[in-house]
Design a protein around this ligand. Structure first.
Ligand code: ASP
Ligand code: MG
Length: 424
């Protein structure tokens, strides 16, 4: 008998028919002899619809109220799912994040899990229930206020509970058959990856792959939670995410490249004409950090002439663009830079693979493929196991396919099925 944590994403529970279908799957797992804990997302695009509704009322909703609003989506799906399980003759109890013991800090909208105290979940399992937990939410340790973990945070709830309960596996059910070598919505010839390491998954997620949330991958790595990403619409074996390629029943050799990720949710800010003296970059990034902005790539161009000025560019999530631009504007007098430029028509393309660090020629092939596809590069950044570039947003899809092909990742026949989901 194993303890299995299953997470179902919004597209797997988009309507009541889907809720019933998922209930069958869950009850099947329990009848096969396992203890089952389920984490569920809000139905379909409910969370986006709630965000839109708030936006029809105000441009700046109080963050505390926003979090209470958004947690409602998951409460709907968890209770309906518990009812559907009862209809099948099994017993289930649903719990909010607070009831499940997910203790967080008080950063509304992006709360971090500080502790997991799943006593009620353990008791429910002991009594023979299936425990269903609302994803993406917790409770602030001091105020008892409801918090959310950030968009896509149900994955993190599932991994945190799997760690807290010492589950044997955390299954992430989604609308594709696993993690693919690229997003099949953009690169139809993408191949399913059988096994991948936490490090690689983390880089893919940080580079825009949405199949597993970045924080969930990070949490899984820290607590060594075995993840199995698979489809709720098929019975196919999905992708296993583990510590190394030597783990599991049949160890395999590490591939050089795991996949290609893309991200079109970023924007680029350039601060033009910054005095080229110590402390200026520090000042810019201080004010941006104080505004709570998450930076990604940074480039400083040394002044070409003897002007004594330099340009600093960086990328950030486009939805933080206004915040960052105002923060920088506020120190224009102090720093004495020339002007600020903003561009949200950019895309980020990344190639990820742990074998990259020991294989020569990866960069040459990467940049050659972009050249052959006629794609101009605006920024470059690398890690040991990743190369990323910023391109024009309208060239991103072409770039993904070109790189996918250049590294021999294309499947001979189309194997990716996108079962559901609007990709919203
Ligand atoms: N419902 C939340 C969202 O759409 C959390 C999740 O789906 O993981 O972001
Ligand atoms: Mg969702």
């Amino acid at each position: 008998m194993a303890l299995v944590v299953q997470k179902y994403g919004g597209s797997s529970v988009a309507d009541t028919e889907s809720v019933k279908r998922v209930a069958h799957r869950i009850v099947g797992t329990q009848r096969a002899g396992d203890d089952v804990v389920v984490v569920v997302s809000a139905m379909g695009d409910t969370t986006d619809e709630l965000v839109d509704m708030a936006g029809e009322i105000t441009d700046s909703p109080p963050q505390r109220e926003m979090d209470i609003l958004l947690t409602a989506g998951e409460r709907i799906s968890m209770s309906l799912l518990a009812m559907a399980i009862h209809e099948l003759g099994a017993s289930a109890m649903s719990f909010t994040g607070q009831q499940a013991g997910l203790i967080t800090d008080d950063v509304y909208g992006h709360a971090k899990i500080l502790a997991v105290a799943p006593e009620r979940i353990k008791a429910a399992l002991r009594d023979g229930h299936i425990a269903i937990i609302a994803g993406f939410q917790g409770v602030h340790v001091a105020t008892n206020d409801v918090t959310t973990l950030g968009r896509g945070g149900s994955d993190t709830t599932a991994v945190a509970l799997a760690a807290g309960l010492e589950a044997d596996v955390c299954e992430i059910y989604t609308d594709v058959d696993g993690v693919f070598t690229a997003d099949p919505r953009i690169a139809p010839r993408a191949r399913k990856i059988g096994r991948i390491t936490y490090e690689e998954m983390l880089e893919l997620a940080a580079s825009g792959a949405k199949v597993v949330a970045e924080r969930a991958a990070e949490y899984a790595r820290r607590y060594h939670v075995p993840l199995h990403v698979r489809s709720s619409f098929s019975c196919e074996e999905g992708t296993w995410i583990l510590g190394s390629y030597d783990e599991g029943d049949a160890p395999v050799e590490a591939p050089i490249i795991s996949g290609v990720a893309h991200d079109n949710s970023q924007a680029k800010i350039t601060v033009v004409g910054v005095p080229d003296v110590p402390g200026m970059a520090a000042r810019i990034f201080e004010v941006v950090a104080d505004a709570g902005v998450n930076l990604d790539m940074i480039v400083q161009n040394v002044s070409a002439d003897a002007s004594g000025l330099t340009d600093i560019s960086f990328t950030l999530p486009a939805d933080q663009g206004d915040t960052a631009m105002s923060a920088i504007y506020a120190v224009q007098g102090e720093i004495g830079y020339g002007r600020r430029l903003y561009n949200d028509q950019i895309g980020k393309l990344s190639l990820v693979g742990a074998g990259m660090k020991t294989s020569p020629g990866v960069s040459a092939r990467f940049f050659g493929a972009l050249r052959d596809a006629g794609i101009n590069i605006e920024m470059i950044s690398t890690s040991e196991i990743r190369i990323s570039v910023v391109t024009r947003q309208d060239q991103l899809a072409t770039g993904v396919e070109a790189i996918h092909t250049a590294f021999g990742l294309d499947a001979k026949q189309i194997e990716a099925v996108v079962y559901a989901g609007t990709g919203r």
